[in-house]
Ligand binder design. Structure first.
Ligand SMILES: [Zn+2]
Length: 292
């Protein structure tokens, strides 16, 4: 009897572990890379590893926006493009330097023109150690504005100052009123400001206001569903309210710890495998108290 009981426990144990390992395997497998038409010849790419990306099919060439995070996902994106056109990919425009937007570059042909803000090129130059990755550093950079032409289409690239990073690029298609805005927008969670890349929350407000002046009504971004102007307005409003509140708390003489308590912010426990990055409240506090 005792042995039978032991056997049942053993079987239950094996069943539990095989189930839990298959659940983990499912969680690790990303959804397939998919391209969906947004408007005209503009497509959004979701799934795979890394942030949402996109592409535009021009008369003679394809222009890609962001490169996914792995060679495999980039190649899957390229095969989605090949289903729609036989034209070659001429440009890959990078919205910023984060790995989930740029590390898939290794899956692209070597002859693509890689376009970015000059600061993004510098961040990638610092981050890319692998020689293969290093052969994909941006080779067309700009500071404020750049126009690209594809047939009779003009594609406008803008940098409106430091925001999510210090090298964010907005890719604007005036005819379609569509803009790719990378990680300048997060919906349903706090804006993400990379202080280690000189991002800035006040700069983000300025950038979002500049984007709203572009006469676009469809915004494609890195980590969520397509957004509308009212989504951007909502983020601007809540970010400005937070900045105002933190400013007045600082004026009342409150410490960072006290201000974090007001916003119910708790730091994640420190971990040796990832650097400590300040959250939004701390970022705004630091921006308001340092310098000058
Ligand atoms: Zn990012």
């Amino acid at each position: 009897m005792k042995n039978a009981l032991k056997l049942i426990f053993l079987l239950a144990f094996i069943l539990f572990f095989s189930l839990s390992s298959s659940i983990t395997a499912q969680q690790q497998e990303p959804p397939p890379v998919k391209a969906a038409q947004v408007k005209g010849n503009i497509y959004e790419v979701t799934g795979g590893r890394g942030a949402n990306a996109g592409f535009f099919i021009g008369e003679k060439e394809v222009l890609v926006i962001d490169a996914k995070m792995t060679e495999e996902s980039a190649k899957q994106m390229i095969s989605e493009i090949k289903k729609l056109t036989s034209s070659p990919i001429k440009y890959v425009i990078l919205t910023h330097s984060d790995g989930d937007h740029v590390n898939g570059l290794v899956g692209f042909p070597q002859d693509v023109i890689i376009v970015s803000h000059h600061q993004t090129a510098k961040d990638m130059d610092d981050a890319f150690k692998d020689p293969n990755l290093r052969s994909y550093l941006p080779n067309l950079t700009f500071s404020k504005k750049l126009k690209l032409y594809s047939g009779d289409k003009t594609i406008k690239l803008f940098h409106f100052g430091p925001a999510h990073t210090s090298g964010d690029v907005v890719v604007y298609f005036p005819d379609e009123k569509v803009a790719f805005i990378g990680d300048l927008l997060f919906l349903g969670r706090d804006p993400l400001i990379h202080r280690h890349k000189n991002g800035n929350s006040f700069g983000l407000v300025n950038t979002l206001k500049s984007i709203l002046k572009l006469d676009a009504d469809i915004f494609i971004h890195g980590h969520g569903d397509i957004a509308s102007p009212s989504d951007l307005e909502g983020v601007i409003k809540s970010l400005e309210e937070k900045q105002e509140k933190i400013k007045s708390l600082i004026e009342e003489g409150k410490s960072l710890e006290e201000i974090k308590k007001v916003f119910n912010v708790e730091d994640r426990p420190p971990s040796p495998d990832r650097p400590r990055r300040p959250g939004l409240v701390e970022t705004i506090y630091l921006e308001l108290t340092e310098k000058k």
